[in-house]
Ligand binder design. Structure first.
Ligand SMILES: [Zn+2]
Length: 240
């Protein structure tokens, strides 16, 4: 694990490339505003049909640079076997204590891949446990103030959308850093959705979301608690 850094925002996901695909535009936007943005991957993605652990770790580092991340770590949990247990929660809680992010981004809790669903639960519980004084975890007790959930392709119950038009180009570059997964010759051979171009999928999704708030591209997020908004008359966007 690289040396910890104090972060404003920490995104946690199961596999390297999950963050880029689901909330990469948001991460790039926040880092361009001067926020300290970091990423924690739970696994190295070693069960993917293409690529190996070494490739994917180099690709994750290259993507981190494109997204201008202040920190990126990997917990080395087994890919496709991420378990919801206390040991894993405490590993994540340590990262939360050592990086002290005000905002944590987790995967949406409804998922097709079991690792994504496990990551969502583990991340939530880790944020809670990190604040307990008596728990045996490195670092001082700390609890992030807000948790938001990045929407994956199938999620529909968005709480808010973020305009990522200005960071779309770099989001696609960050995804392209995962050559072992998305290079043209690899995509052609994929068993799951052969020939499907990830960039086109990401672009269509971002354009459909953007259209709903009157911008070119957007990413969607969901929250478990209601959003406080004291002056709805000043809310951005229009209903009709
Ligand atoms: Zn994934």
């Amino acid at each position: 694990m690289p040396d910890y850094k104090k972060l404003d925002i920490l995104a946690i996901a199961a596999h390297p490339d999950d963050i880029e695909i689901t909330c990469g535009g948001f991460m790039i936007k926040m880092s361009s505003l001067g926020r300290a943005v970091g990423a924690l991957d739970l696994t190295a993605g070693e069960m993917g049909t293409f690529g190996n652990e070494k490739d994917r770790s180099a690709e994750a580092a290259a993507a981190a640079e494109i997204m201008n991340l202040s920190w990126r770590g990997n917990l080395g949990m087994p890919d496709s076997a991420v378990e919801i247990n206390q040991e894993n929660k405490l590993k994540i809680a340590e990262v939360i204590r050592m990086t002290r992010p005000e905002l944590v981004v987790l995967p949406h809790w409804e998922q097709r891949h079991p690792d994504h669903a496990a990551c969502s639960r583990l991340g939530f519980d880790a944020c809670f446990l990190a604040g307990l004084k008596k728990i045996k975890v490195e670092g001082e007790p700390f609890r992030p103030r807000k948790i938001i959930y990045a929407s994956y392709f199938r999620n529909r119950d968005h709480s808010f959308l973020v305009d990522i038009t200005d960071s779309m180009e770099f989001k696609c570059k960050a995804i392209a850093a995962y050559r072992s997964q998305f290079a043209e010759e690899v995509v052609a051979k994929r068993i799951f959705m052969p020939g499907v171009d990830i960039y086109e999928m990401v672009r269509i999704r971002a354009a459909q979301l953007g259209q709903q708030i009157g911008v070119q591209y957007a990413e969607a997020f969901t929250m478990k608690e209601p959003i406080r908004y004291d002056d709805p008359q000043k809310m951005p966007g229009q209903s009709i």
